[in-house]
Design a protein around this ligand. Structure first.
Ligand code: ZN
Length: 285
């Protein structure tokens, strides 16, 4: 299994490390990167030698979010082995975009959140919107002191990223402020709110995360899996899944509204001129 957009490493016994490797584009997530990331998670999940999975990123920033510059060629779903059951990627109207976003956005994030093995996100620099959809599905988050988090989808006329986990990550009131203002959430504030487990100096980020992973990897894998499932279920019986489905429907309503008003899935007023020039084709966020 070879990857174009990420690295797959084995840095310590029983630990796999997946590294986003598009640093020149600040690890913007195009369709290929998301499918490769899904394949890499599957590889680690199916490898009996792996107990803990680290998700890291090369370059100064973890991820700038979904790649709004991706053209129609890259977005052509026929070139990927899709994993969901929704399909309909060539349909007309709202069905086409909803199908795509069910597959590669909320579908992947939910899928990764439910990988039985412990996962740890290792975050430096900026982590924006779609970037949250990579780190929030992980069980633990270790951030460097320079890490900062933002969901700026409201500026694009959209009511939050597809994987709408904000209330569970930072609490209801801070989730509203985070979305209403589209302001940065510092690593320190994210730690105080319980979204981040540890904040460490940038030069210690990789070593600290690997040491944490190795400590967990000393434990029984089956017991780790059962423990993870117990905690995830405790969250889900509080209504997380139902709330997520409603948020996703509202998200699709945002896109449909933008198509009617702006002729594309997002409000172009919220993107930079350079991004706007790349968005000749209707596409999602
Ligand atoms: Zn969307």
């Amino acid at each position: 299994m070879t990857f174009q957009t990420l690295l797959y490493e084995s840095p310590a016994p029983h630990v796999a490390r997946i590294v986003l490797n598009r640093p020149d584009s600040r690890n913007a997530q195009d369709t290929r990167l998301l499918y490769e990331l899904n394949d890499a998670f599957d590889r680690a999940a199916q490898d009996n030698e792996v107990k803990v999975i680290i998700l890291a990123a090369n370059g100064p920033h973890f991820s700038s979010g979904h790649d709004l510059r991706e053209g129609p060629e890259g977005r052509d779903m026929s070139q990927y082995r899709t994993v969901g059951t929704w399909c309909g990627f060539e349909c007309a109207g709202a069905e086409r975009l909803m199908s795509r976003e069910k597959e590669i956005y909320i579908g992947f994030s939910e899928r990764w959140r439910n990988i039985p093995k412990p996962t740890i996100a290792q975050v430096q620099g900026k982590c924006i919107s779609g970037g949250l959809m990579l780190v929030w599905p992980c069980d633990l988050i270790v951030a460097s002191e320079d890490a900062a988090f933002m969901d700026n989808t409201l500026l694009l006329g959209v009511c939050g990223a597809e994987f709408f986990n904000h209330p569970w990550e930072v609490g209801v009131r801070k989730a509203k402020e985070m979305l209403f203002t589209a302001d940065w959430l510092s690593a320190q504030d994210a730690h105080r709110l319980g979204m981040v487990n540890h904040v460490v100096p940038p030069d210690q980020l990789a070593d600290f995360t690997l040491a944490l992973a190795s400590r967990i990897a000393e434990k029984s894998l089956f017991t780790l899996k059962l423990t993870k499932e117990a905690v995830n279920t405790a969250q889900d019986v509080q209504g997380r899944v139902s709330a997520m489905q409603t948020s996703f429907a509202l998200h699709q309503l945002s896109h449909s509204h933008n198509y009617q008003v702006h002729g594309q899935a997002i409000d172009p007023a919220g993107v930079s001129p350079s991004v706007a020039r790349h968005r000749a084709q209707p596409q999602g966020t």
